[in-house]
Design a protein. Structure first.
Length: 191
């Protein structure tokens, strides 16, 4: 059986555990989740989820457009939750930060590829896409229609010559994607 000291230690440990955010004791909550140096109760988890949802709704109500691309939408939610720049109109914003982030992630990706590190290459590609989509979010640009235009014109290269390294080149008469036209339409609210 247990002696009085063991019982006292167990009771002290049980009652000493409380939510680090609201101080609710473990005995008064549905669940207490332990972290490395903190506890959070189920009520505070629910409350923080509600705050994030409220932030998302407030952002949407301010006229922030949602991107057509699901990956860009996920990155936009990240920007909103983390209170990062979310552009509402096409404009270059946070240029130094965006350039630094893109350079870092592309460099890490290239290093992984050159080293034959498939895990690092996948992680790098995801990180590079994340900062590229984040740049589009900050710049207030939905990349979906632009990407579709680039896809359309890239497929027109099928009749073009092939370089020695395998890259398909532009055939005679090939026309570049109309990015400027799409941007003008987006700025007019017609895209």
């Amino acid at each position: 059986m247990f002696d009085d000291h063991t019982t006292q230690v167990a009771l002290t440990e049980l009652t000493a555990r409380c939510c680090s955010f609201c101080a609710q004791p473990q005995t008064a909550t549905r669940r207490l989740i332990a972290g490395a140096a903190a506890y959070i109760c189920a009520d505070c988890v629910d409350f923080s989820g509600d705050l994030f949802e409220q932030k998302r709704i407030e952002s949407a109500n301010r006229g922030t457009r949602r991107a057509g691309n699901s990956m860009q939408r996920m990155v936009q939610v990240f920007h909103e939750v983390m209170e990062q720049t979310v552009g509402r109109t096409p404009e270059i914003r946070d240029a130094d930060l965006r350039c630094t982030l893109i350079e870092e992630e592309v460099s890490e990706t290239l290093t992984a590829i050159r080293n034959g590190d498939m895990v690092g290459a996948i992680d790098g590609m995801c990180d590079a896409l994340y900062v590229i989509f984040g740049t589009a979010v900050a710049f207030g640009v939905d990349l979906q229609p632009y990407f579709e235009e680039v896809q359309r014109t890239n497929l027109l290269k099928a009749a073009g010559p092939v370089r020695a390294d395998g890259k398909r080149q532009k055939p005679p008469g090939w026309t570049a994607p109309d990015i400027a036209g799409l941007l003008a339409r987006e700025r007019q609210g017609k895209l």
